[in-house]
Design a protein around this ligand. Structure first.
Ligand code: URA
Ligand code: CA
Length: 438
C-alpha cells in the first residue's frame, strides 16, 4: 500500500477501505505520511466526501492511535456531555453537578479554550487552588466518592486527531461533517462512558450554520455512538447569541453558580434542563420529561446541586468558599460600560464577534501558548428580543488591556444588531437527533 494510491482513489471519489484509512492515520502520526500528502487527502475528502463506513473506520483509527480510559471501576451509569463549541457556554458546570446530585456518574475530560470558544478547564481554574490535572486513580476515586470529576484531556487521547485537526485548521478542511464527526467522536469514544449527550451548536457563532447541516452532523455522530456501544443523543441549540449573559472565565463560573442556585439566566437554565432531562430518560432514572424536570428542580431548590459543585471543588483542591461568596472571584481591573447608539429591539448578538472580543480583552487564547486573564470578559445586559433605547447599557467589559479598550467598545456596539421587533421569538432549542424513544 502507498499513500499515492490512496490519494488517487479519493481524488476519483472512490471508497477507501479500512486498511487504507488506518494506513493514512497511523502513517501520518508517525510522520511517514507527510503534511502535504495528508493535506491533499483531507482536501479530497472535503470535496468527495466519506460515507458512513469510511467515517467509522477513520473514527476507530483515531481512537486506536492513543490511550483509552476504561471506566470499569466506576460504579453505576456513567454519563458524558459535549458541546461543539459555543460562546459563553458554561452548561457543563451546571449539568455535571445536577446529574451527579441525581446519582449519575459524571465523567468528563475537558479541553482548554482556543479561538473564540472558552474551555471548561480555564473556567474552573478561576477558583483558587482548583486542579484539573488529576491522576487516573484520583479521577476514578472522586467519581466513586462524589459522582463527579472534571479533568484535563490528556495528550495521549486520540493523538492522531490532534495532529490531523491542527492540519485541517490551516488547510481550510475543518468544516466537513464526516471529519468533524470522527474528530469529536474519537475523543469521546476513547472514554468509557455509557451515555453521551452532544450539544450541537447552530448559527453564526458555530461550525454548523443551518439546522439541516447540524442534523446531518448529529445523525452521523449518533450512528457512530451506537456503533461503538454508547447511548448517544444530540440536541441542537441556537448560537445566534451567546448563552446566558456572561462571556469569560470567572464571569461564567459565577453564572453557573447562580444557575445552580436557581437564579441564573433563563436560556442557560433551559439548555441545562433539556440536556439533563434527556440523560435522565436515557438512563431510566426518569420515565418522562415532566418527571425528569421535577427531579432536577428539586435538586436545585434543595441546594443539593450546588452542594455537589462545592464537593467537586473541594475534592479537586479548590477553595469552596468561592461558591458561597462569589465576590471572591477576581474580575479584571478595568471595567467599562458599553451603551447603545441606536433604539429598537435586539435582533441578533453576533456570537462569533462577541467571542473574538472576549478573546481580545484577555479571556481567550490566540495560540495554545497564550495565557488567559481569568477575570476578563463581557457581561451582557441585553438579549435577543429585548427592547433597547439609545444610551442604554448593552454590556460591561472587563479587561487589563487599556490599549484595546476603545476598539473593543466599538466592536461590541456593532455586535448588537438592533432593529424592528422580531416577528418570531428567539428559539434556543432547534431540534434533536437520537435513536431511543425519549
Ligand atoms: N471540534 C473538534 O474536536 N473537532 C472538529 O473537527 C470540530 C470541532
Ligand atoms: Ca454565559
Amino acid at each position: 500500500m502507498n499513500i499515492q494510491s490512496i490519494l488517487e482513489k479519493k481524488k476519483k471519489g472512490l471508497k477507501l477501505n479500512k486498511d487504507e484509512i488506518f494506513y493514512f492515520v497511523e502513517g501520518y502520526l508517525k510522520d511517514e505520511v507527510k503534511d502535504y500528502q495528508a493535506s491533499a487527502l483531507l482536501m479530497a475528502i472535503c470535496i468527495r466526501g466519506l460515507d458512513f463506513e469510511e467515517t467509522s473506520h477513520l473514527t476507530e483509527a483515531m481512537i486506536k492511535s492513543g490511550d483509552t480510559v476504561d471506566l470499569e471501576e466506576v460504579e453505576g451509569e456513567k454519563v458524558d456531555k459535549h458541546s461543539t463549541g459555543g460562546v459563553g457556554d458554561t452548561t457543563t458546570l451546571v449539568v455535571g453537578p445536577l446529574l451527579a446530585s441525581c446519582g449519575l456518574a459524571f465523567t468528563k475530560l475537558s479541553g482548554r479554550g482556543l479561538g473564540h470558544t472558552g474551555g471548561t478547564l480555564d473556567k474552573l481554574e478561576s477558583i483558587a487552588g482548583f486542579r484539573i490535572d488529576l491522576s487516573r486513580e484520583e479521577f476514578i476515586r472522586n467519581i466513586n466518592d462524589i459522582k463527579i470529576a472534571i479533568m484535563g484531556q490528556t495528550a495521549t487521547i486520540a493523538p492522531a486527531d490532534k495532529k490531523i485537526y491542527a492540519l485541517r485548521d490551516v488547510t481550510a478542511t475543518v468544516d466537513d461533517k464526516s471529519l468533524i464527526a470522527s474528530s469529536i467522536m474519537s475523543k469521546k469514544l476513547a472514554i468509557g462512558s455509557d451515555i453521551l449527550l452532544l450539544d450541537v451548536k447552530v448559527g453564526s457563532g458555530s461550525f454548523m450554520k443551518t439546522v439541516e447541516e447540524a442534523e446531518a452532523l448529529g445523525a452521523t455522530m449518533v450512528k457512530l455512538g451506537y456503533e461503538f456501544g454508547r447511548k448517544t443523543y444530540v440536541l441542537l441549540s441556537n448560537m445566534d447569541e451567546p448563552l446566558g449573559y456572561a462571556v469569560g472565565n470567572s464571569l461564567e463560573v459565577i453564572e453557573a453558580i447562580d444557575t445552580l442556585r436557581g437564579q441564573g439566566p433563563a436560556d442557560l437554565k433551559e439548555l441545562s434542563m433539556a440536556i439533563c432531562s434527556k440523560i435522565l430518560l436515557l438512563s431510566g432514572i426518569s420515565s418522562d420529561r415532566k418527571e425528569a424536570e421535577k427531579l432536577l428542580q428539586e435538586k436545585i431548590d434543595s441546594g443539593e446541586a450546588l452542594e455537589k459543585f462545592k464537593e467537586m471543588v473541594s475534592a479537586q483542591g479548590g477553595d469552596p468558599s468561592y461558591i458561597d461568596d462569589v465576590s471572591k472571584f477576581e474580575l479584571s481591573a478595568i471595567k467599562r460600560e458599553v451603551l447603545s447608539t441606536g433604539a429598537g429591539y435586539i435582533k441578533e448578538i453576533k456570537a462569533l464577534q462577541i467571542g473574538e472580543i472576549a478573546k481580545e480583552l484577555g479571556a481567550g487564547r490566540a495560540t495554545k501558548e497564550d495565557s488567559v486573564d481569568l477575570g476578563a470578559g463581557i457581561l451582557l445586559n441585553k438579549k435577543i428580543d429585548d427592547p433597547v433605547e439609545e444610551g442604554e447599557l448593552l454590556a460591561t467589559l472587563y479587561t487589563q488591556r487599556e490599549s484595546i479598550l476603545e476598539s473593543a467598545v466599538k466592536d461590541l456596539q456593532s455586535a448588537f444588531v438592533i432593529g424592528d421587533k422580531n416577528q418570531q421569538k428567539y428559539e434556543l432549542l432547534l431540534g434533536e437527533v437520537g435513536r431511543e424513544d425519549v
